[in-house]
Design a protein around this ligand. Structure first.
Ligand SMILES: [Zn+2]
Length: 663
């Protein structure tokens, strides 16, 4: 069998010299072998390969990159106060990472629950623990991916909420069914640690380490929320551990209610001469639904799952567990048809004789299945829009538009494979947003007519667009919900038993481009680049963070046009930005920049997290004159630079400074 080379020769001097391509290939190759060995049931080989991967420098360095550069929580400090790391500090961390069987306590952060005044705790482990968790996760994930159940979708590589919702649609499309819609109460606070460790079936240091994490509360329940961000924010390894703890639920139901054909034996739930399908179980982390056309079967499933859960110390949340019918409200326990799942509302509606859908055999079904944003999700979204508009009571229109656009784009793309368009939910959101904007404008002008002519304008065929008047050629325009409309029939769900670790590159690379939350700009670039990052040359993986980059930076005269755009990994983008910055600093266009460069040179500075940070004044330099410390230098240069280069929304003042930097 092929054995990967030792990766010690990859160990280079500095962070910038690391050959990421080789590092990623080495780790992925080992992961594929772990997956293959696990599929064959060769536990001995799995453990041996995991040991190699656990010790490899490549895995450690990649894990440090994941938690310091890619993860959204990179700016959140742990209990040791460490947050952003300089390249040197990152390398130091790589050298220190080792399984010790101990864990530092977590820092508790209280974050608001959307739509309520309640707050929920989120445990933030230290940077060290986070990196070490990523190391362990990289070795455990391929082993478990090999036998995770086909209808578990939460926090697994290559799978998303959209796959789960699509599977729900498939389960009930042909037949109206009873639904058990349930939540598991406080997963990680209650979980039986011994049982979980037993299930993990590991020995020695790994077992000790995971035990320590469980005990210290590093793994946190707070991370399981299916939001449009979709990324867990707390512990790195907790979603995987939750999936392992809840693994077997689908199998348990299949065991109790196996599929039966016409001639199958007669039981209380199966009549001879009829077919009996196994109930469908669809799970996303700790949130799951079960379907069947027989109410008693679904009720029985609830009892079975309750029992099964109590074995690992868990129970169903009674207030969030509901038995309903997908079509007929009278058959639901609470008289309401349909149910909510992952922010979607799924319900069936009776149709007339003429506008009807048919099943696979061409028979008239008499109902339509519609997936729409749940009432709660719509309300939360509208509240967020309201909050942004309120925040910008006295800011210029452009700042308001810049803040609203990503929120509108994010929300609508989360629902891009639902029927939100069909039922008019998108135009409803547009109308309600308009009402809020009208109030915002009226308040500023004191005159409705004047307000509408000042803030609304005609663009193309549309004569009611909320857009800026400055820059006639390229006005800044508010996006609408309706322009992102699509339907639930277009989405292609992930195949049940597929995993990125199976090495089927053709299958997985074709999926990257079809992700519903990928913007059309990114999708187009992805196609152009044949699915590869132009900087490192690696194919994009499903879990990579992609960013659009200007090949020639705007600061150096590059334009915002197709041939000047490329799609890069976030970490590749960070590197390129650092290089661009040097070029930009070389170019001295205006007096302003010269002045700035002078200011810059008077200071001590160093690279921190790929941006230059001013540490303090150099010894011997005279105090800056009052003119030099004028308005534009008061702001933190670095913060503005970081935000600007990432295309985040800037306040007017920040934007002025950023322009100075760019010219
Ligand atoms: Zn790359």
């Amino acid at each position: 069998m092929y054995k990967p080379n030792s990766d010690s020769q990859l160990n280079t001097e500095g962070w910038k010299d690391i050959n990421w391509r080789k590092v990623e290939r080495y780790v992925f190759k080992l992961q594929k072998r772990i997956y293959a060995a696990s599929r064959c049931g060769n536990v001995k080989l799995v453990r041996k390969l995991q040991k190699t991967l656990m010790r490899s420098w490549s895995n450690r360095v990649l894990s440090v990159r994941r938690v310091t550069q890619e993860n959204q929580g990179k700016k959140t400090a742990g209990v040791d106060g460490v947050k952003s790391l300089s390249p040197e500090a990152r390398l130091k961390l790589v050298r220190e990472l080792k399984l010790t069987g101990k864990s530092k306590p977590t820092r508790r952060v209280w974050i608001p629950k959307p739509g309520t005044d309640e707050k929920r705790p989120l445990g933030i482990p230290t940077m060290y623990d986070r990196a070490l968790q990523a190391v362990v996760k990289a070795t455990l994930e391929p082993e478990w991916e090999a036998f995770f159940e086909p209808n578990s979708y939460g926090f697994r590589p290559g799978r998303s909420c959209h796959d789960a919702v699509n599977q729900v649609k498939k389960a009930i499309m042909q037949k109206a069914k009873y639904v058990l819609d349930a939540d598991i109460a406080k997963c990680f606070d209650r979980i039986n640690h011994e049982k979980l460790l037993q299930k993990l079936n590991t020995k020695g240091k790994v077992r000790q380490q995971i035990k320590a994490w469980l005990k210290s509360g590093v793994v946190d329940q707070g991370s399981f929320t299916a939001t449009s961000e979709g990324t867990p924010q707390g512990g790195v390894i907790s979603p995987l551990l939750a999936n392992i703890a809840l693994h077997g639920m689908e199998e348990r139901i299949k065991q109790e209610f196996p599929r039966m054909s016409h001639s199958g034996r007669e039981t209380w739930y199966h009549k001879k001469g009829e077919e009996f399908p196994t109930p469908d179980v669809i799970r996303y982390a700790d949130d799951f639904v079960i379907f069947h056309q027989n109410k008693t079967v679904v009720q029985r499933c609830r009892d079975i799952i309750s029992n099964w859960l109590s074995d690992i110390g868990l129970q169903l949340k009674p207030e969030k567990t509901r038995l309903s019918h997908s079509l007929n409200p009278e058959l639901s326990d609470d008289g309401i048809a349909g149910f909510d799942f992952l922010g979607h509302h799924i319900q069936q509606y009776p149709t007339g004789k003429y506008r009807c859908t048919r099943d696979s055999k061409g028979r008239i079904l008499g109902f339509n299945t519609l997936i729409t944003p749940s009432k709660k999700a719509s309300k939360v979204h509208l509240e967020e829009i309201g909050r942004i508009i309120k925040k910008h009571r006295s800011s210029p229109q452009s700042a308001l538009i810049k803040d609203l656009n990503p929120v509108i784009r994010g929300w609508t793309s989360y629902y891009s494979n639902s029927d939100a368009q069909t039922v008019g939910e998108l135009s409803r959101q547009d109308y309600l947003t308009y009402l809020k904007l009208r109030r915002w404008a009226k308040r500023r002008c004191k005159n409705a007519k004047k307000a509408s002519s000042k803030y609304w304008t005609t663009i193309g065929n549309n004569n009611w667009v909320f857009a800026t008047k400055e820059g006639k050629a390229n006005p800044l325009r508010l996006l609408t919900h309706s322009e992102f409309g699509s339907s639930s029939t277009e989405y292609v769900k992930v195949k049940g038993d597929k995993s990125p670790f199976d090495g089927d590159l053709v299958y997985w690379s074709s999926r990257v481009g079809t992700h519903p939350e990928l913007s059309s700009r990114k999708a187009k670039l992805l196609k152009q680049q044949k699915g590869k990052c132009t900087k490192c040359g690696l194919s994009f993986q499903n879990w990579d963070v992609l960013e659009v980059d200007h090949i020639i930076p705007k600061a150096l005269g590059g334009r915002d046009e197709w041939k000047n755009l490329q799609l890069l990994h976030r970490h590749c983008h960070d590197e390129k930005t650092a290089i661009d910055l040097i070029e930009i600093r070389k170019k001295q266009h205006s007096k302003n920049l010269e002045q700035l460069a002078q200011q810059w040179d008077k200071n001590e500075w160093e690279w921190v997290d790929d941006v230059p940070v001013i540490l303090g004044r150099k010894n011997g330099s005279e105090n800056p004159s009052s003119k030099q410390t004028g308005e534009q230098f008061k702001l933190d240069f670095t913060e503005v630079w970081k935000k600007g280069i990432k295309g985040e929304t800037l306040t007017e003042e920040e934007e002025k400074l950023f322009r100075v930097l760019l010219n």
